[in-house]
Design a protein around this ligand. Structure first.
Ligand code: AMP
Length: 130
């Protein structure tokens, strides 16, 4: 069965899209650690990041860097952290999280974001993608 992220990529489930190219897709995390928390996903559905072929892995990192730079341009923060976990959704994804403290990286503290803010954040980050 297709993963929830494949369904998002295929437009079967809505998301706040930030970026897309031929092989990768980025959208806002629906339960963000901080405003601007974004997921970068390879369109190829693979469970664990270390099982990606090297080309897809390197491409995912390059795509995540591009999206992360755009987040840094939009969200005032100390830095954007990258995290890979995958215990909830078995489809490789890189978390890009605006960080001001370790709590933002903990996945315990969550930000409240309205639908309007999600829409505005996605548009603002998308506009800064180079
Ligand atoms: P993990 O697999 O532990 O790295 O976490 C999966 C992440 O996906 C969590 O941060 C969820 O909030 C996020 N997530 C799950 N479903 C959706 C969705 N439909 N749209 C956006 N983010 C999601």
């Amino acid at each position: 069965m297709a993963s929830i992220f494949t369904k998002i990529i295929n437009g079967e489930i809505p998301c706040y899209k930030v970026a897309e190219d031929a092989n990768y897709f980025a959208f806002l995390d629906i339960n963000p650690n901080a405003k601007g928390h974004t997921l970068c996903v390879p369109k190829k559905e693979v469970d664990k990041i270390l099982d990606l072929d090297e080309e897809t892995y390197m491409g995912l990192m390059a795509f995540s860097r591009k999206v992360g730079k755009a987040i840094e341009a939009v969200i005032p923060c100390n830095r954007v952290g990258l995290s890979v976990i995958g215990l909830e959704v078995p489809h490789v994804h890189v978390h890009l999280i605006p960080l001001n403290s370790m709590a933002d990286a903990s996945f315990k503290t969550k930000a409240m974001v309205t639908k309007e803010e999600f829409t505005d954040l996605a548009a603002a980050i998308a506009a800064k993608i180079q």
